[in-house]
Design a protein around this ligand. Sequence first.
Ligand code: NAP
Length: 368
Amino acid sequence: MLRVGLIGWRGMVGSVLLERMREEKDFSGIELIFFSTSNAGGAAPAEAGGASLRDASNLRELAACDVLISCQGGEYTSEVYAPLRQSGWKGYWIDAASTLRMSDESIIILDPVNSSLIEQGLARGVKTYAGGNCTVSLMLMAVGALFQAGLVEWLTSMTYQAASGAGAAKMIELVRQMRHLANAAQKSPSENALDLDRTLISAQRGASLPTEEFGAPLAGSLLPWIDKEMPGGQTREEWKGMAEGNKILGLHPPVPIDGICVRIGTMRCHSQALCIKLAKNVPLEEIEQHIAGANPWVRVVPNNKESSLRCLTPTAVSGTLQVPIGRLRKLNLGPQYLGAFTVGDQLLWGAAEPLRRMLGILRRHLES
Ligand code: NAP
């Protein structure tokens, strides 16, 4: 029986992954071993069959698995992956973190878009598979077909990214901030909008608002910076768009992709406004057909108020596998410029779903 080790199952990505694996009954026919970085020896989920949590830093225990799925984060991958490989471990490593994505020995997995690259990788013995950046994966679930049809000269993406994209602790802090602001508003004697505004601004700027995680108020505000600084003024989150997007698609030469990534106070789902310079003037109807036919999860939302407010919001999409794309129209900039807005659950298609599907692809490969 295939021994599959799971590290990071308690975090945002890991817990959504477990939830999806339970829903899809992915556990049958595998032996599941749960690891922990903080609670080795503690109680594991029921799927461990009564076994306790193993120590995620124990290379011998890790090496006893045929497949390791890590949702623990980049720091953990940096600490453990190389020593594990150096110890001679030849198993399959499937990872949600960014650490190994751009390595020559890895493939970035998003099978509705790049299943042929994944299959080719398995056939030539690639053992390391990394889930893509959440915003990049969701963008490609929505418009990957336009790249594959050679219709994209360049693309910019302006993102609206949820708190949960930064992990469980950040999501909890956003709720604490919301509570803090709601309490301040409740204590305000006035229902006058300007008075309430003053009360809330003062609560947001006050020292008692919890900001240890984000380093700034997010509730009722936004943060126009995600991840580390890169050369040229980009953030690392912005850098991933072009680097990972082109690697997932296998494009040579690469198509320019860039934009500005912004954290907003939603709990779950990343949204992005896209501006695409088309390689030629293609009618809108044809573009919609390319997009709608790309995979079973993408949905073209009619460009009207009722449909946009009903279908194209984080509230509508959270917890679902659908990737709606709407507000599709030619921009005033010219007939080759396409505007679009898309939303997707970054914990599903942006993180957990490609990992669980990779395990399925791998199992079929090993059985064939
Ligand atoms: P996370 O929620 O912070 O979880 C990572 C680990 O933090 C957990 O496995 C857990 O480890 C520990 N932890 C500390 N406090 C916790 C708490 N209050 N609740 C649960 N776990 C807590 O991180 P994540 O968002 O799942 O991300 C994991 C990796 O996936 C990262 O590399 C991230 O960049 C990548 N990723 C995330 C997303 C996303 O939308 N969040 C999308 C794509 C990729 P122990 O149980 O061992 O203590």
